[in-house]
Ligand binder design. Structure first.
Ligand code: COI
Length: 361
């Protein structure tokens, strides 16, 4: 049954605006937050209610709040971009909100009204529009999330939840920007199995990936490439990104088998490459096939895709003792084209023939 949703957003503006970061070239990722946030509550019997935009401030959470104990939480990530004419646009927000409800369903979180959530995002971004950065390569990262807030440490689906949206002006996710990153193929830990939550944006998915990431970092690798959790054979995704390989002219990305996140950037890159006439396959790709491709000189390019990371070329893969440099550690032509076209559309420098962008007026 469809819930009844609040349609009005009560707005309380801050009387004490924060200092904005002085140097937009040093924003990094997730270091600054804007003046306002969106909040809406869910209470069983009442549905989602009390939508409001308020000054950015800490939550008061009871020590017994369920999210602190059982991690019933999901999130999304999208961006608002400043275009050359000074306007602001979103990139495929409807896809994020649809995916948010997929995550809600898996985590027993009451669904949100997707259109209303997009309105909430637009209203919040409009209020904090001066925070949308203008420097090259910057954007306003939008983080919607929902968490369980029952004051009860029994294990059950929450009956009281909070949906919030916060905003953060950001630059590149990786400090090295578009420079290719070295990736460690993880063999000790797994991220997800079919039937689990790997296809959702559950915060817990990221918590369980930290150990592998930490151990990879000790060896100088920026992220881990996850193999499937059962056979440890098939390539799934990289820490915070989906992954693409170009092997002997074919662009391959792992099929969404149930344990892999259906990235919006992934989807867009597949559509873009197909429109440009590339052969793109969504299929299972084993680590052995990748190693064979490397050894026979057919591994041409590799890159990750994600909202935060955009397009992130992979310069090296380490699998056991085997170190596999990709494209001499340099960004390849297809990765570069994907980056230029995607960001060109997002920042309004290239005509959006796909109808992906949504203006905020
Ligand atoms: C995003 O790309 O928006 C993500 O959610 C990755 C995040 C964990 C930084």
């Amino acid at each position: 049954m469809k819930e009844v949703f609040t349609v009005e957003i009560k707005i309380t503006k801050t009387t004490n605006p924060k200092q904005k970061p002085a140097d937009e070239s040093k924003l990094g990722f997730g270091q600054y937050y804007t003046d306002h946030m969106f909040i809406m509550n869910y209470d069983a019997g009442q549905g989602w209610h009390d939508a409001r935009i308020v000054p950015y401030a800490p939550f008061q959470i009871d020590p017994a709040s369920m999210v602190l104990h059982y991690a019933q939480e999901i999130f999304e990530g999208l961006k608002a971009y400043r275009t050359a004419d000074g306007s602001i646009q979103l990139f495929r927000p409807e896809k994020n909100m649809a995916r948010m409800n997929v995550s809600c369903d898996r985590l027993c979180i009451p669904k949100i009204d997707e259109e209303f959530a997009i309105e909430a995002i637009k209203t919040l971004v409009k209020i904090d529009e001066d925070w949308v950065p203008t420097a090259d390569g910057t954007s306003l990262y939008i983080r919607p999330y929902i968490f369980a807030n029952d004051v009860h440490i029994g294990v059950h689906p929450a009956e009281h939840l909070i949906f919030a949206i916060i905003l953060s002006p950001v630059g590149a996710y990786y400090p090295q920007g578009l420079a290719p990153v070295p990736i460690y193929v993880e063999q000790k830990y797994v991220r997800a199995v079919v039937g689990g939550t790997g296809f959702t944006k559950a915060g817990a998915n990221y918590a369980i990936s930290l150990k592998g990431q930490e151990e990879a970092a000790e060896q100088g690798y920026i992220q881990t490439l996850w193999l499937d959790g059962v056979e440890r054979k098939y390539i799934e995704e990289v820490g915070s990104m989906n992954v693409f390989f170009k092997i002997d002219g074919e662009v391959i990305t792992p099929a969404l088998v149930g344990s892999i996140l259906g990235g919006i950037t992934r989807m867009s890159i597949i559509e873009l490459l197909k429109a440009k006439g590339y052969k793109v396959s969504e299929r299972r790709l084993s680590i052995d096939e990748l190693v064979d491709a490397f050894k026979s000189g057919k591994l041409e390019e590799a890159w990750g895709t994600g909202t935060a990371a955009v397009i992130s070329p992979i310069g090296e893969l380490k699998y056991g003792d085997l170190v596999m440099p990709v494209n001499n550690g340099e960004i390849g032509p297809v990765s570069q084209m994907c980056y230029d076209t995607l960001t060109g559309i997002q920042w309004g420098k290239i005509k959006d023939e796909f109808g992906w962008t949504v203006k905020i007026d």
